[in-house]
Design a protein around this ligand. Structure first.
Ligand SMILES: [Zn+2]
Ligand SMILES: [Zn+2]
Ligand SMILES: [Zn+2]
Length: 158
């Protein structure tokens, strides 16, 4: 589904972020980054490990997972909720944003709220002070909506 070769911009950003952490350039590291950059939509650590193993069977799960956590620490990979557990996604958005995930195909996009401060006000009403928030919406993406069968006649006037 996703692009065959990774997004070169994403690849460069990840390399730079890991360089800033003082990490050595290695071939396994490059391979894992290329696979992450080529992932078209959010992935489980197992999916990532499998795809990395197809490129180089000597790269183990522990190396993949360690690099994934480092990328997450750099803010280039984010952890999302998926239907069966946690998913990871490459995300280059730098401004505060939220994610919407398709419940059919898993495609994920980012969006922002017109009145983002409303989230803080809502919890203040029940006595909390907001430090930060994470918001993820689930729905059906435009491509999957196009595939939807024409539905039964509408249930009458609203
Ligand atoms: Zn994001
Ligand atoms: Zn979809
Ligand atoms: Zn927000």
């Amino acid at each position: 589904m996703g692009p065959r070769s990774g997004d070169p911009v994403a690849l460069r950003l990840m390399e730079r972020a890991l360089d800033a952490q003082g990490l050595r350039h290695t071939l396994p590291r490059r391979t894992i980054l290329e696979v992450v950059a080529a992932m078209g939509h959010p992935f489980t650590p197992s999916e990532l490990t499998e795809q990395v193993a197809q490129r180089d069977p000597h790269i183990g799960r522990a190396s993949v997972f360690r690099l994934l956590q480092l990328l997450r620490g750099c803010g280039l990979v984010e952890r999302l909720h998926g239907p069966d557990g946690e998913l990871y996604t490459l995300c280059l958005a730098t401004e505060h944003h939220h994610h919407v995930t398709c419940t059919v195909c898993g495609r994920t996009a980012t969006f922002s709220l017109e009145d983002d401060a409303a989230v803080g006000r809502a919890v203040e009403r029940i006595g909390y002070r907001m430090d930060h928030h994470v918001l993820q919406v689930f729905g059906v993406c435009p491509a999957c909506r196009d595939q939807e069968q024409p539905s039964l006649p509408p249930e009458g006037p609203r």
